[in-house]
Design a binder for this molecule. Structure first.
Ligand SMILES: NC(=O)C1=CN([C@@H]2O[C@H](COP(=O)(O)OP(=O)(O)OC[C@H]3O[C@@H](n4cnc5c(N)ncnc54)[C@H](O)[C@@H]3O)[C@@H](O)[C@H]2O)C=CC1
Ligand SMILES: O=C(O)[C@@H](O)C(=O)[C@H](O)[C@@H](O)CO
Length: 314
């Protein structure tokens, strides 16, 4: 069994740690200061309560899971006995690369260093590493403790042993790892997610429909099918003659913007960042935020329970 350390205690870091602890693996989480750890501890307690309330495990098991997670502000302590490190710091290329340089001076040559980056190519991240063979991307999805997919992406120099260890540790965490054949920016999930996001922005900026109706067009249609059939299987079920005919006239009309759209750019410039600042495309009063986050969590837990029934989770 790998000794897992998570470097970064934020949105993804503490929820990935919860995933590991839930699969009975002890894990150490590094945060930058006491406030960071307090936020992580609160996030863990909230998530464990919701999961126990929804009978994913008992309240007693939740206590045991929490005991498996050690929080520290000491990087050295966090990695002192690690065999598998998952970096989950902000999506800033140089920040990540600088951390790997620091880590390579502190850990043994056989310790795997993985990144939860949303889309940087592993070869780019590992470009200055002493041992790029031990580096791999393990891209979890938010919330990391409730979404099964993890995209495993190897760089040009990632060796097979590192890939194998990453796949094994993710399966031991009861995740659904997929190994990409090629390293491409954004991997698979985010390329698809951001293609949809680009088109949604273009429709909003063109005044084609309201933000509510644009989102409804997804949640009340393709969003109902996607938990069952992905885009290629959906096309097979709809008829490739139809999907090909539509592709041949519609593709030339789809958005091809290379940057954020007008509305998103304006909102970001005004620091209206969505749920975390109280306003984005939508207004996020605390009660609305709590309601929508709980609804999403309940839905994701419902899917997880189906996985359990299907034996996809031991
Ligand atoms: N938020 C999301 O929905 C997802 C994010 N990711 C990726 O995961 C990574 C982390 O994202 P989040 O958890 O959302 O970030 P976050 O901002 O919530 O947390 C980042 C954590 O990194 C640590 N940190 C902050 N500044 C640091 C520094 N200068 N040096 C070392 N550690 C530092 C802190 O513990 C902080 O809590 C990013 O690469 C992001 O692209 C991947 C999937 C989903
Ligand atoms: O959970 C997600 O959406 C992620 O996998 C991502 O990487 C997103 O792009 C995230 O970074 C922003 O929500």
């Amino acid at each position: 069994m790998e000794k897992i350390s998570i470097l970064g205690a934020g949105t993804m870091g503490h929820s990935i740690a919860l995933s590991a602890a839930w699969s009975e693996q002890p894990v150490t989480v590094y945060g930058i200061n006491e406030q960071d750890l307090e936020n992580a501890d609160r996030g863990l307690n909230n998530k464990l309560k919701v999961m126990a309330d929804n009978e994913l495990f008992t309240a007693e098991q939740a206590i045991e899971i929490k005991k498996r997670i050690r929080l520290t502000t000491s990087l050295e302590e966090a990695i002192s006995s690690s065999t598998f490190i998952i970096e989950v710091v902000p999506e800033v290329l140089e920040l990540k690369k600088d951390l790997y340089t620091k880590l390579e001076k502190l850990v043994a040559d056989d310790v795997v260093i993985a990144s939860n980056t949303s889309g940087f190519k592993p070869s780019l991240l590992a470009a200055d590493m002493r041992l790029p063979n031990r580096f791999v991307v393990t891209h979890f999805w938010n919330p990391g403790h409730l979404i099964p997919l993890v995209e495993v992406v190897k760089g040009e120099q990632t060796d097979d042993e590192t890939v194998g260890r990453a796949m094994d540790v993710l399966k031991a965490m009861n995740k659904k790892p997929i190994l990409l054949n090629k390293e491409i920016p954004g991997f698979i999930g985010n390329r698809l997610q951001y293609a949809l996001f680009r088109e949604a922005q273009a429709l909003l900026d063109a005044g084609a429909a309201s933000k509510e109706d644009i989102d409804a067009a997804v949640t009340y249609s393709i969003g109902r099918r996607l938990p069952v059939t992905g885009p290629l299987m959906t096309a097979d079920m709809g008829g490739l003659d139809v999907f090909s005919a539509i592709s041949n006239y519609l593709f030339e009309d789809l958005a091809t913007d290379q940057r954020s759209g007008e509305t998103l750019s304006k909102l970001a410039a005004e620091n209206k960042l969505g749920d975390k600042t109280g306003e984005g495309f939508y207004s996020w009063e605390p009660e609305i935020s709590a309601k929508l986050n709980e609804e999403r969590e309940q839905t994701l837990i419902h899917f997880l329970k189906n996985d359990l029934k299907a034996g996809e989770r031991q």
